[in-house]
Design a protein around this ligand. Structure first.
Ligand code: ZN
Ligand code: ZN
Length: 77
């Protein structure tokens, strides 16, 4: 059994999990500066300071330049 670390959904195969990861929005961050979407873990080293993992982008800070995709969705509802 393969489980998505973000939403705890389980999948029979690793491939199914890989495919799901592309569409899973839980735990993903959206950069308002470059429009990039990436996993939360890619944006922080210490879980405290967040910045856009894109090399030439200066977006940083949760609720500043970076927003949780989940929050953006519920906010527009
Ligand atoms: Zn997931
Ligand atoms: Zn960015």
């Amino acid at each position: 059994m393969h489980t998505c670390r973000n939403c705890n959904q389980s999948f029979q195969t690793e491939l199914a999990l890989e495919l799901h990861r592309d569409t899973c929005t839980k735990g993903q961050l959206l950069c308002q500066v470059c429009g990039n979407r990436f996993r939360e873990g890619d944006a922080t080293q210490d879980g405290w300071h967040y910045e856009c993992p894109k090399d030439d982008c200066e977006g940083e800070g949760i609720q500043e330049d970076l927003y949780r995709v989940e929050d953006v969705r519920t906010a527009t509802h």
